[in-house]
Every structure is written in structure tokens, then in C-alpha cells.
Write a protein that binds this ligand. Structure first.
Ligand code: WT7
Length: 636
């Protein structure tokens, strides 16, 4: 049985009764007006549906086959075609009306701003492409990116894609060790970073962290540093160059690499059930097909929208819906470098008003943090530009959904609760604006996606009963492999339940076929929507000299969704103390980065284990939360 749900089931069940119907205006304007009809139509022939979606993009050479299943689970889409992710996001718009449009608006916490039109962005990217080619970066190479949410991160990603080199973006909240592990796994040649970044009103010296990482990475031949905060930093001119110097004098034209549709475009690391993160690989052909079709339909884009996704480019949400999605759709993407409540709790609403944002795409943890400040903060801002709201990263509780709908959307804007994963590349279970909504439900699978809730044997779960969420067909933006580890790819996603893609989530469907996502079924934590493996956190604890063994669990938190509680066995002769607790918290934070929020540590004598020696986190959790212990037959 899947582990105990963390959602308040009574609230969910009550919420499943009420429908929020789309207004006439929303339907009249929508790209898709008849929800049931489009679902039925796409379900008749999903491959045809996706092939039609692919025609929104440019292909240097058309495909010979839509979906090739011959080497499953290494599925291939649009085989035989030639294309390029960056060409579709950028080059394709040059020479059209879009080139004069603003591609990127950037603002930071202090109110500094920059803007780039599509043409300007194209020229900046080309200069960078030429610079990178000049130092020998070529098709198939890996380039690591460790940067804040600034326009140069988009430029670096697009330039890599244009060359056909894979970018590997590492979230700037990760530590030096985490960065080094990811650089080494991918054997990246080049690293992009910046002198600093803003976080909670403070400047973080990213360059110092990057320096620590690079010391452990033999593969890095060049470090390109963006001057973002004018921080005083150490500089080694043999290895490093300032971004501005790097692109100075480069030509504003550059040739685009014609890639095979199945050539990898990027790798993005995400946590799994072991202590080693997995490098999820996405490709040039299918990935943009999924991203463009979902962003256009879920957020009802016509082409002149201001789109604000508050994620960080270091996560898949940022890849797909800050950078590639909005650019593929030819709209304006807003990049905000800072916290949503600095200097005041209405910062986010003020930015929405200032830039007349039409679509706001954010996370439940942010909504809950704003709820705590109270509705008077969004009430200061009319925000008439807002049309659609989005949520992603973890289940949104009905209470937060309703608050978002009422106080931010002013009862006017449909809330799109989008379920998907790093591995899926784009939205999988989500409403469309024309769908009747239920507060807290991700609605139904996107057209062209066939999902279900099943038991371990693959048998359909009865209505209202929890089970494993699986995807039964293939889709263009699906993960292609785990970098350098095809065995792990097969084992993680295709072996758990026969014949389907295993998501690792548990969910149930209600009588109307709406999905209610309950959370993870495995040892993956969701801290403020960020994925972290229990094994990763445990190995960070064990790397401290005072610790013999550790078991960690996620415990519910009203704002962050989940936070970490650790059970730690100390080495003999070491005395437990509050100082040691603090030291361990700091140690884990420096090992993994500020994403690893440790709420509490308990020093224990032993941990519950199976006969084969695996820590039974389920038992720790049941004890901690006062839940039934469940099946303990394997417990020693
Ligand atoms: C996991 C994927 C994909 C974007 C950000 C996270 C959880 C994501 C929802 C949602 C309930 C959600 C799932 C999923 N999740 N969106 N709308 N409702 N749960 O990407 O780090 O790859 O995490 O996030 O547990 O498996 P990620």
C-alpha cells in the first residue's frame, strides 16, 4: 500500500463536490473551448494529436516516423527529423513581427531592471555561441550553469542549445559539493556562474561556491563569470573570464546546429531514492513540442502576453516555463531575481501590477506564505491584467487554492493546478481554462496523455481509492534516459509496474474522473516544492564526524509542505547537545545547500530496520505523526 497521505482528506473530499465553472468570457477567449470534446478527440489517436502539435515548430527536415517503440523503453519521437530547440525558441521569430517584441523583462529585488527584445536576445545569444565555439565547445559537449535568475542564464542555455552542446543547469541554492557532483557526473567542460545573487535581501557570493566546486572538477576548462552584483571576488584569469569580455567583439550572427530530433538538448539533475541524483535527459525534437502545446493551451496564450513563472531556471519549471515555453510561444517572460516578500509582503503583487502580468505561475508554498501575511496585501493591488493563474510543485491544499482564486484572481481567473515532473518535461495532469475546476485537484490528463491510478500489479484502483499514478502511453517531452545510466532509467521508471511509466506519486480519482495527487510513494521529499532524496540527506548527516547513522523523514509543515526531521545515532563517546544539533543542521546545509531545511533532530540509540538492514522510514514517520504502524512483518 502507498504510504499514508499527507493531505487533509476531509478537506479534499468536501472540495471534490464543488465545481468552479469557467466564465463566458474565459470560454469565449480560450484556445480550446470544449474540454470534453478535445479530450475525446486526442484520446482517439494521441500520436496524431502530438504530430499536429509538432507542426507549430520549425523542422529543418520532416520526420519519417512519429513514435518509434522498437527499442522501448527508449522511445523515440519524430525520428528522421532535423531541428533545434534554440532555433525554435528564438531564431524562428527573427524576421517576423515578434522580433521587435520584448522577450525578457528582468527585475531584481532592489528594483533594477533590464529588457531584451527578441532581436536583441538573438544577437546576444549569437555572440555567446561564437565565443563558446571559439573555445572549442561543440555538439555533444556538456556545459554547467550555476547562475541566478538573470537574462544571462537564458542566454547561456540558448547558446548551448544552438551549438548542440548540452546544458546542465544547477540551482544556485545548491552547495559546492552538490555542484561538483553534478559537474563531474556530466564531465562538463565549461561553467557559467556569476559574482553574486540576491536572496532574502542578502547578497550570496556564488563565485566562492563555484570556486570550491571547480577545485574538485578536472573537466572544467573555462569559467565564465557574469558581473551581477559587483561583488569583490577572487579571480583567476588563467581559468576565468568575465562574461562581458567573453562576448565583446563577437559577431551577432551564428550558424545554428541542425540536430537530430532525438539528440540530447540538456541534462537536469533531480533527486531519487539513492544518494546520487539522476541526470534527466531531454531532447531537441519532442521536448519543445510538449512545452509549447501545454503552455499555449493551459495558460491560453495568444502571443502578446506577459508571462511570469516565479520558479528558478535551475528547476525544470524554470527550463520549461520561464525560458523555453514563453520563447517558443513568442510571448514576454518575466524573470524576477529576489524573494516575493522583500522589501514588503506585497512585492509579488506590485510586480504583477507594474508589468501588467497576464499569467502568474507559482507554487503552493509561496501561496501559503502569502496567506500568512493576509489578504490585505494583494488587496492593495487591483491586478486587472491577470487572466490565468497557475500552481505547481506539490499538491495545493483546497484552502490555499481558494485563497489564490479569491484574493489574487479576484474570483475571475481560473487556477491551473499543473501536475508534472522533471522527467515528464511538460504538464501531464492539468485543467485547461475551459474546464470546470475543483479546488485542490489537478483535474484530468492533458489531451494526448493517458494516465491511471493502479495497484502494484497494474490493476485499476477503485474510484476514491489511493494507488500509484502511472502514465500508460508515451508523450513527446518524456525523459529519454538518465545520463550515463540507462539501467537506472529502466529500473526507476519502467520496472516498478509492468508496461507503464511509474511516476512515484500516489493519487486517487473521484467519481468525475478528477485526479487528486496525494504525494510521493517513495523516499523522495518535497521541501517547498523542491525535490530532495532522504538518502541524500542521510549521507550528508553521516559525512559529519560525530554521526554513525541517520534516518530522515518528511513531516508536514503549514508553509513548506514538508520539512525534514532527522533521527541520528551518534558515535560512541559523543554527547548529545543543542550545540551539536545546530552544528549538524549547518553541516547538512553546507553539504547540500539551503534547500535542505532541517526542522528537528532527535538523537536515538537505534533505527527501525528491515532484516536486510534497510532503514524503515515509514515506521519512523508513523511514530512521529502518531499514525498506525502498518505492516511491520519485515521489521527486526
Ligand atoms: C514531483 C515532481 C514539475 C515541476 C516542479 C517539480 C510533485 C509537482 C504537482 C502538483 C501535486 C505535484 C509530484 C511530482 N508535484 N506538481 N500540481 N500537484 N504534486 O518537479 O522536482 O521533478 O518534482 O512534484 O510529487 O512527482 P520535480
Amino acid at each position: 500500500m502507498p504510504k499514508q497521505s499527507q493531505r487533509d482528506l476531509t478537506e479534499v473530499l468536501l472540495s471534490s463536490q464543488k465545481l468552479y465553472k469557467p466564465s463566458k468570457e474565459i470560454i469565449k477567449e480560450a484556445n480550446v473551448r470544449d474540454y470534453d470534446k478535445i479530450l475525446k478527440q486526442a484520446a482517439r489517436d494521441p500520436e496524431k494529436f502530438w504530430a499536429e502539435a509538432a507542426l507549430d515548430l520549425h523542422w529543418f527536415k520532416p520526420w519519417t516516423k512519429i513514435l518509434d517503440k522498437s527499442k522501448k523503453p527508449f522511445y523515440k519521437w519524430f525520428t528522421g527529423a532535423k531541428c533545434n530547440l534554440a532555433y525554435n525558441a528564438l531564431d524562428r521569430h527573427i524576421g517576423t513581427d515578434i522580433e521587435k517584441k520584448t522577450a525578457i523583462i528582468w527585475e531584481d529585488e532592489t528594483g533594477k531592471t533590464r529588457k531584451y527584445t527578441y532581436l536583441e536576445l538573438y544577437q546576444e545569444v549569437n555572440k555567446l555561441v561564437n565565443g563558446l565555439r571559439g573555445i572549442g565547445v561543440k555538439k555533444g559537449d556538456r556545459v554547467a550553469v550555476y547562475m541566478p535568475n538573470i537574462p544571462e542564464i537564458a542566454m547561456a542555455m540558448l547558446a548551448c542549445a544552438k551549438i548542440g552542446a548540452m546544458h546542465s543547469v544547477v540551482y544556485a541554492g545548491f552547495s559546492a559539493t552538490a555542484l561538483a557532483d553534478r559537474i563531474n557526473d556530466a564531465k562538463a567542460k565549461v561553467l557559467f556562474t556569476a559574482d553574486g545573487s540576491f536572496r532574502r535581501g542578502k547578497v550570496i557570493n556564488l563565485k566562492d561556491i563555484a570556486d570550491d566546486a571547480v577545485k574538485q572538477c578536472k573537466s572544467i576548462k573555462k569559467v565564465i563569470v557574469v558581473k551581477n552584483n559587483n561583488e569583490k571576488i577572487n579571480f583567476n584569469p588563467k581559468l576565468e573570464t568575465w562574461y562581458d569580455d567573453f562576448v565583446k567583439g563577437q559577431s551577432m550572427e551564428a550558424k545554428c546546429a541542425q540536430m537530430d530530433s532525438e539528440d540530447p538538448a540538456f541534462v537536469l539533475y533531480t533527486s531519487g531514492t539513492t544518494s546520487k541524483p539522476k541526470g534527466v535527459v531531454h531532447v531537441h525534437g519532442g521536448y519543445p513540442v510538449g512545452v509549447l502545446r501545454t503552455i499555449k493551451w493551459v495558460f491560453d496564450l495568444k502571443g502578446d502576453e506577459i508571462f511570469w513563472c516565479t520558479a528558478d531556471p535551475g528547476w525544470i519549471t524554470g527550463h520549461s516555463y520561464i525560458i523555453y515555453g514563453p520563447l517558443l510561444a513568442g510571448v514576454t517572460t518575466l524573470m524576477y531575481e529576489g524573494m516575493p516578500d522583500i522589501p514588503q509582503p506585497d512585492r509579488i503583487w506590485q510586480v504583477v501590477e507594474k508589468y501588467k502580468v497576464n499569467v502568474l505561475y507559482t507554487a503552493p508554498t509561496l501561496i501559503r506564505a502569502m496567506m500568512k501575511y493576509g489578504p490585505e496585501w494583494p488587496a492593495k493591488h487591483a491586478m486587472p491584467s491577470l487572466k490565468i493563474l497557475g500552481s505547481v510543485g506539490e499538491p495545493i491544499n483546497p484552502e490555499a487554492w481558494k485563497w489564490y482564486y479569491k484574493y489574487v484572481g479576484k474570483n475571475r481567473c481560473p487556477v491551473m493546478d499543473t501536475w508534472w515532473q522533471t522527467e515528464t518535461g511538460s504538464h501531464m495532469i492539468t485543467p485547461l481554462p475551459c474546464a470546470p475546476l475543483k479546488a485542490g485537484s489537478a483535474c484530468k490528463p492533458f489531451p494526448g496523455i493517458i494516465a491511471d491510478v493502479v495497484d502494484k500489479k497494474g490493476k485499476k484502483a477503485p474510484t476514491g481509492k489511493g494507488g500509484y499514478l502511472v502514465i500508460k502511453n508515451q508523450w513527446p517531452s518524456m525523459i529519454r534516459t538518465i545520463f550515463n545510466n540507462p539501467e537506472r532509467f529502466i529500473k526507476t521508471y519502467w520496472k516498478e509496474i509492468k508496461g507503464v511509466y511509474f511516476t512515484g506519486d500516489i493519487a486517487f480519482k473521484d467519481k468525475d474522473g478528477y485526479y487528486w495527487i496525494q504525494g510521493r510513494s517513495d523516499d523522495v521529499l518535497k521541501i517547498a516544492g523542491h525535490r530532495l532524496g532522504t538518502a541524500e540527506v542521510e549521507s550528508a548527516f553521516v559525512s559529519h564526524k560525530a554521526v554513525v547513522e541517520a534516518g530522515v523523514i518528511g513531516v508536514p509543515d503549514p508553509v513548506k509542505g514538508e520539512v525534514i526531521k532527522a533521527f541520528v545515532i551518534l558515535k560512541q563517546g559523543i554527547t548529545a547537545s543543542d550545540e551539536l544539533k545546530q552544528e549538524l543542521k549547518t553541516h547538512v546545509r553546507t553539504t547540500l545547500g539551503p534547500v535542505a531545511v532541517i526542522k528537528d533532530i532527535a538523537f536515538v540509540e537505534k533505527l527501525p530496520k528491515t532484516r536486510s538492514g534497510k532503514i524503515m522510514r515509514r515506521v519512523l514517520k508513523a511514530q512521529e505523526l502518531g499514525l498506525p504502524l502498518g505492516d511491520t512483518s519485515s521489521l527486526v
